[in-house]
Design a protein around this ligand. Structure first.
Ligand code: PMP
Length: 430
């Protein structure tokens, strides 16, 4: 493929944009080479500035569960545009959105809209700290919850890809309040709580992790967290920014039947526009300003254009069979990749939960821990990524990110993807 225009744009971008990108993982640091500059998307496909077409398994990092330019979303946005871009004052559509979210997520009695996942998690943590009067928080290594100071300690996603899981610039007085434990290890949580449970405000977890590749919860992990948090009076926060509306309509909490105290949402809920949300139990949410003392605000929060995109998306995913259909597609892709790897004698394992999937170049048959992900063959991943890109398949440019399936991907697109993987793996095996 010819990437000459992307190369030239990347060169230009670096003059006034740090690293040429507005979010680090876009810079292809995890795979090397030049990031592709995109011009448009339609359905399952994205088209770059050189005119190359790609089947998209990144979906704007999750939001585009219907694919690009979904007609119902685009029409809703256009209709709202006629009325203006926003008012910084209440609108009816915000009530519709809140009602819809609380209906789909029964653990949420109340919800506040924000403009990004980072804002959602940062605010949920402040609220949990205000509510409990405690300062410490527990997170898990390899999980990513946005770039708020307290959360950039042993973080996943781009922080991991770039090798800065604990970022300079986070004051140590703050980082010291973040306790990082091993994901999927309930014994570690039990031991920690028995020592300092009465100092901990909240536990935040990606109930299906997507920022250290795709890692489902081990049986009993989420249930155990729920029990332990109840015993110690700790607020349990499910960060469903990524897996919400993805692994099931009602997210991981619906799929695994565990109710958190607070939930953070993002990505799909905005239909592709900048939206996040946090919500949960009434008695906790009532601590939030203007009802309660914990402050949180946003100029563009609940923006009507963003709300209309998000609501159109939430209405579309309620179609019967939508999630089974997505899951089947993701399963077909993963099974196909495993079969091809076996054919070519390459060690590869996949994980899949609903429309989130991950593939691991590893001898290990089952991957459920962060240290296993870290041990995967990164050179093989990079070669596979670039090979697939050249064949017109856009995968997440890092071995520490999950893949996403959208409803616009057809059976033919999956077959195209597998034919590409067959070629690329034949080269890898040489
Ligand atoms: N939480 C999770 C689980 C995420 O995956 C992300 C982003 N990938 C965030 C929070 C932060 O969201 P944003 O990038 O919108 O700030």
């Amino acid at each position: 493929m010819n990437y000459s225009r992307s190369e030239s744009l990347f060169n230009d971008a670096q003059t006034h944009i740090p690293g040429g990108v507005n979010s680090p993982v876009r810079a292809f640091k995890g795979v090397g080479g030049t990031p592709v500059f995109f011009k448009k998307g339609q359905g399952a496909y994205m088209y770059d500035e050189d005119g190359n077409r790609y089947i998209d398994y990144v979906n704007s990092w999750g939001p585009l569960i219907l694919g690009h330019n979904a007609p119902e979303v685009m029409e809703a946005v256009k209709a709202q545009l006629e009325n203006g871009l926003g008012f910084g004052a209440p609108t009816e559509i915000e009530i519709e959105m809140a009602n819809k979210v609380c209906e789909i997520y029964p653990s949420m009695n109340m919800v506040r809209m924000v403009s990004s996942g980072t804002e959602a998690t940062m605010s949920a943590i402040r609220l949990a700290r205000g509510f409990t009067g405690r300062d410490k928080l527990v997170k898990f290594e390899g999980c990513y919850h946005g770039h708020a100071d307290s959360l950039l300690v042993k973080a996943g996603s781009g922080a991991l890809t770039l090798g800065v899981p604990s970022s300079p610039g986070v004051p140590s007085v703050l980082a010291d309040l973040t306790v990082t434990l091993t994901h999927n290890d309930l014994d570690g949580v039990r031991e920690c709580f028995s020592r300092i449970g009465n100092e901990i405000a909240c536990v935040i977890v990606e109930p299906v992790a997507g920022n250290m590749n795709c890692i489902p919860p081990e049986p009993g992990f989420l249930e155990g967290l729920r029990e332990l948090c109840d015993v110690h009076g700790i607020v349990l926060i499910f960060d469903e920014v990524m897996c919400g509306f993805r692994v099931a309509k009602g997210g991981a909490q619906e799929k695994y039947g565990v109710k958190p105290d607070l939930t953070t949402l993002g990505k799909v809920i905005g239909g592709g526009m900048p939206v996040g949300a946090f919500g949960g139990k009434k008695e906790i949410m009532e601590y939030l300003a203007p009802l309660g003392p914990v402050y949180q605000a946003g100029t563009l929060s609940g923006n009507p254009v963003a709300m209309s995109a998000g609501l159109a998306m939430l209405n579309a995913i309620e179609k019967p069979g939508f999630y089974d259909m997505l899951s089947e597609k993701a399963k077909k892709l993963c099974q196909g990749l495993e079969a091809l790897a076996e054919k070519h004698g390459i060690a590869l394992t996949t994980n899949q939960v609903g429309s989130m999937f991950g593939f691991f170049f590893s001898e290990e048959k089952s991957i459920s821990r962060f240290d296993q992900v870290s041990r995967c063959n990164m050179d093989q991943f990079k070669a596979f990524f670039h090979g697939m890109l050249d064949e017109g398949v856009y995968l997440a440019p890092s071995a520490f990110e999950t893949g996403f399936m959208c409803s616009a991907v057809s059976d033919e697109d999956i077959e195209f993807t597998l034919a590409a993987a067959d070629k690329v793996m034949a080269n890898l095996a040489k």
